[in-house]
Design a protein around this ligand. Structure first.
Ligand SMILES: [Zn+2]
Length: 201
């Protein structure tokens, strides 16, 4: 049986007992988890996430990329609108992991081969030191003013050999000071975008 058929069959079994039709769009834990796409690092398992608990965004390495910045800025914008403009509490948990494929991107020969053969630059997501990568990623977020400063950000390394998280960056607001609660996005908002239209999506 193909993998796709296996997954569709598993979904049928899941849907037979489905009882989550009334979950709200804003996650119960008001949390975004950013982690690697590695199959050993599934947040539903390692964090015990239930349906409706958290937004999960995964990419190579669990890195803060320009695409991730856009995604979390847009999510924060929508949640703030749904909370009627209040800077509601929201947390971001970044989880990178040991023995990650992104460590191979640090090899100069691998970087060059990927760039030359498929035109993809992986240098910004390469991992050589997990603690430093997490610190760099929080700094990337801090410098991205479209991401509101009041988001609580933390960083962990997950050990694929013992299942434990190691805290590298303690939970703290992304930015302190007078602009911490502001979304400094200079782009004008669309006048027709109301709390009601977002809530009805
Ligand atoms: Zn990985």
């Amino acid at each position: 049986m193909s993998s796709t058929k296996t997954l569709v069959n598993r979904n049928r079994r899941f849907a037979n007992d489905f009882g989550a039709a009334d979950l709200p769009i804003v996650p119960k834990l008001r949390t975004v988890v950013l982690t690697c796409g590695d199959s050993r690092v599934d947040p539903a398992h390692i964090l015990g996430l239930e349906l409706g608990d958290a937004v999960v965004i995964r990419n190579n390495g669990g890195r803060v990329t320009p695409e991730f910045v856009e995604e979390i800025a847009a999510l924060a914008f929508i949640v703030t609108k749904m909370d009627r403009g209040e800077p509601a509490p929201f947390e971001l948990v970044i989880i990178q992991h040991t023995h990650c494929g992104a460590e191979r991107f640090a090899n100069q020969n691998v970087q060059r081969a990927i760039k030359e053969q498929i035109g993809v630059d992986v240098s910004s997501v390469a991992i050589t030191d997990h603690d430093q990568s997490l610190k760099d990623d929080v700094e990337r977020l801090r410098n991205a003013l479209e991401v509101p400063g009041h988001i609580i950000v933390s960083g962990f390394v997950y050990d694929v050999e013992n299942g434990r998280l190691r805290e590298v960056i303690s939970p703290a607001a992304l930015r302190q000071g007078s602009n911490a609660h502001l979304n400094n996005n200079p782009k004008p908002t669309t006048p027709s975008l109301t709390c009601e239209s977002l809530a009805n999506e």
